[in-house]
Design a binder for this molecule. Sequence first.
Ligand code: PBG
Length: 330
Amino acid sequence: MSFPAIRMRRMRRDAFSRALMREHTLLPSDLVMVAFVIDGEGRREPVPSMPGVERLSIDALLGLAGECVALGIPALALFPAPGQAVKSEDACEAWNPDGLMQRATRALKARYPQLGLIGDVALDPYTTHGQDGLIDASGYVMNEPTVEALIKMALAQAEAGMDFVAPSDMMDGRIGAIRDALEAAGYIHTRILAYSAKYASSFYGPFRDAVGSAGNLGKGGKHTYQMDVANADEALREVELDIAEGADAVMVKPGLPYLDVLRRVKDAFGMPTFVYQVSGEYAMLKAAAQNGWLDEKAVVLETLTCFKRAGADAILTYYAIDAARWLREA
Ligand code: PBG
């Protein structure tokens, strides 16, 4: 049978039949809000390349967490933006039991125990050179010494009550090493969200401004550990390894230009699969919206829905709170 017996537009004609045939529905419970934490009290510092995003001191962060809870957003991903004074060659502040992430975790868990917390595990906010790991004399990021440091960082977060540790560093073997260390220390409930397919992307620029690693990093790239943006088969190998090493959930990052990778990962493994709409994606949408060139609410909800269509179970986004509000209005 063909036209006119088959008319694809019939089902699209009315809202009720569009609703009935809709394959994916975006919900606040799909979203993870992303936040930057700073020291001090009563501090909110705007991030210039991410209008609408602020670095927050812990007391202000509690307010943001309260909004997440009220809107039905299940979790908050935390990134530290420590001052230059605590940065060092060996990043030891990252596992200080009284460091920024640990204090933030304890404060958030005391106030909102039901809100899931996802802690970034990578050394870049804490190194003087802005790399995600420890470097040798040539500037090369050394794998095993970095993994040892990441273990200490993950344990410090777990001890403070972090629900998910999320290694975003792309060292080899770190998921297994962190899993073993967590088990050995009795943190059997601490989940690992592996940044498995993390690309060496230029969309991270505004994030590096936000955590204060951009200047330190200078022109040095992360191509010796993050993935080549041209590759997708390699992403499947990365994900497979992280699952074998004990990841509870895997992530594809960035988001929108990598929907093909997201779909392949979800289809190949059926794992809880997260995607990260990164800082540069936020900045692009925000800039166009501020210029009146795009309808912000419409395009943001469209991108988030497309992540679900492509296979995402959860979406990390700086737009989580805005999107959850817009979904309420809709
Ligand atoms: C670094 C890290 C980065 C992001 C999250 N963790 C940047 C990088 O790899 O240089 C980027 C997130 C974003 O752009 O929103 N460990």
